[in-house]
Design a binder for this molecule. Structure first.
Ligand code: SF4
Length: 216
């Protein structure tokens, strides 16, 4: 069994973000004291194998997160980290110090600045995303890359380009887009791709990398 810790705030503003309250309006959530989490983990060690750290974007909490991961590791738990890949140096340090056992990194769309920025709505060079991808693959740490297939923003061609960039990755996951909760309200009316399109995307990606589909 896994416990999940949600950390507030993010440096992206993805139009399809389903955790947008945590990104834009985190004050509405009750904060749980860090020590209370550690105590809970200790008390339930018999049932819990690992902890998933997600958000928001966890790596923006850099030093504070480093100390928290160390405390969790000292209790003997596995740690999975979710990330958008914008802080390669932070992730590198976590890997070097043995603080993460699994990394799940989003690749939002084809690694082209304009395309990426059209989804995340902040200026960024995709070179930083590529740097994180490369270091995760080279690290040997178990990992997956994942793309939410948002119609109009992620095409079959984008999936082909991404999969060709990550040929040495352990796993590539395509996630169905869910219009129920989106940061940009206009996307609530967007119809997700038919399953047949997803199957085609998986087939295309599978030519380059081990791929699976995750329906939500
Ligand atoms: S989808 Fe992830 S990276 Fe994008 S805004 Fe939401 S939390 Fe941040």
């Amino acid at each position: 069994m896994t416990s999940v810790v949600f950390l507030p705030k993010c440096n992206f503003r993805c139009n399809f973000c389903h955790n947008h309250e945590l990104v834009l309006n985190d004050k509405k959530f009750e904060l749980v004291d860090k020590q209370a989490i550690l105590d809970f983990l200790k008390e339930n060690k018999e049932w819990i194998d690992g902890v998933t750290i997600t958000g928001g974007e966890p790596t923006i909490h850099n030093e504070a997160l480093y100390l928290f991961l160390k405390q969790i590791k000292n209790l003997g738990f596995f740690i999975k980290l979710d990330t958008n890949g914008t802080h390669p140096d932070v992730i590198n340090k976590f890997i070097d110090d043995g603080l993460v056992d699994y990394i799940a990194m989003d690749i939002k769309t084809a690694l082209v600045d304009d395309k990426y920025q059209n989804i995340i709505n902040v200026p960024i060079s995709v070179e930083i995303i590529k740097k994180t991808i490369d270091l995760i693959i080279k690290s040997g740490v178990d990992h997956e890359f994942r793309t939410t297939v948002v119609p109009g923003y992620v095409t079959l061609e984008d999936i082909e380009l991404i999969s060709k960039y990550i040929t040495s990755a352990k796993l590539y996951v395509l996630q169905q887009f869910n219009p129920k909760e989106t940061l940009e309200s206009g996307l609530k009316k967007l119809k997700p791709y038919d399953e047949s399109v997803l199957v085609e995307m998986v087939l295309v990606a599978s030519k380059s990398v081990n791929t699976k589909m995750r329906l939500r």
